[in-house]
Write a protein that binds this ligand. Structure first.
Ligand code: TPP
Length: 315
């Protein structure tokens, strides 16, 4: 791949840490889920970490990222503190949405997470709205609409592309295309090709969503384009869903076989990092251990926090 964005040790370590944080947190959630400590549905993104991490490396806390139902990974990539995520999943008042949101409604305005929508396609117009606000007020921040392939079937996708292109808004559309809508393959839910349709309205870039270096590079170019005032862009990242649509179990659809060596963004980045001499193997192992300790601490924080009371609804 021809790279346009240079990558250094600090960026590699940042992306490795965030991808491991998302992976290990998701695996721990999957393990704990059966014990009923979390009273919320969960949509895990194991295997898809490269998309949100490669993107968020280029975003600032002021940029506003709007998510759908598969929120944990992109929210952690954007900077949501892990204890606040864990406490939200445990339904405790110290959670990022004070226990009133659950997994699909994470809020952290400090890190540019104003809200998310469980309605498929619901995040798309929100990013456009934020970009309109940025444009009208001279705010200088980006709106980022983050959605899956099935969301591109919704009418709001076309309205949003149209309005954003017409008004040259500073919005980046990020399609995390895992090829599935629950148990339906893309060929059964969509008659269009996402890239060709979007290209009628705005420029589109493609990245390999199983390779964080590919996403990092293409997202860097897209963010640069939008920040420079050239109008909206869409970044289309094909990736692989390793899990069932919802819940703690691995995907068992025969047409969606996963090869953990070929498809794993963490294996790929660690191989690149050690081969290039940027990061040593023992440093990779140390990151993994440190994150396990972080997860233990986040769970302890959640468990020690109170449940909400009815009075809080009136506050
Ligand atoms: C308008 C609407 N229709 C249907 C649903 C039920 N639903 C929830 S997630 C989902 C699949 C979404 O697939 P995609 O947007 O590609 O995201 P992915 O789950 O693959 O990350 C569906 C159909 C919904 N939440 N909203």
């Amino acid at each position: 791949m021809q790279r346009t964005h240079t990558i250094d040790r600090e960026a590699v370590l940042w992306m490795l840490r965030r991808m491991r944080l998302i992976r290990q947190t998701s695996e721990r959630i999957a393990k704990l889920y059966a014990t009923d400590v979390m009273e919320t549905p969960v949509h895990l993104c194991i295997g898809q970490e490269a998309v949100s991490v490669g993107l968020c490396r280029h975003l600032t806390d002021r940029d506003k990222l709007f998510l759908g139902h598969r929120t944990h990974g992109p929210a952690l990539a954007k900077g949501l503190p892990l204890p606040k995520l864990m406490a939200e999943l445990y339904g405790r008042t110290s959670g990022c949405s004070h226990a009133f949101g659950g997994s699909m409604h994470l809020i952290d305005t400090e890190h540019g997470l104003p809200g998310s929508s469980a309605i498929v396609g619901g995040s798309i117009a929100l990013g456009v709205g934020a970009a309109l606000a940025s444009s009208l007020t001279g705010g200088g921040f980006l709106g980022v609409s983050y959605f899956g392939d099935a969301a591109t079937n919704a009418g709001v996708f076309y309205e949003s592309l149209n309005f954003a292109a017409l008004r040259k808004l500073p919005v980046l559309f990020l399609c995390e295309d895992n090829g599935w809508s629950n148990v339906m393959p893309k060929s059964a839910h969509s008659a269009h090709d996402i890239t060709s349709v979007a290209e009628r309205f705005l420029p589109v870039l493609q990245a390999d969503g199983t390779d964080v270096l590919s996403v990092f590079d293409r997202a860097g170019a897209a963010v640069q384009h939008v920040r420079a005032g050239n109008g909206p862009m869409l970044l289309h990242c094909r990736t692989k869903r390793w899990m069932k649509h919802q819940g703690p179990d691995r995907c068992d659809l025969p047409e969606n076989a996963v090869d953990p060596a070929r498809d794993c963004p963490i294996v790929k980045l660690e191989a690149f990092a050690t081969r290039s001499g940027m990061v040593r193997a023992d440093e990779c192992a140390a990151i993994e251990r440190a994150i396990e300790a972080e997860i233990d601490a986040a769970i302890a924080f959640a468990e020690a926090s109170p449940f909400p009371t009815p009075e809080l609804l009136e506050a």
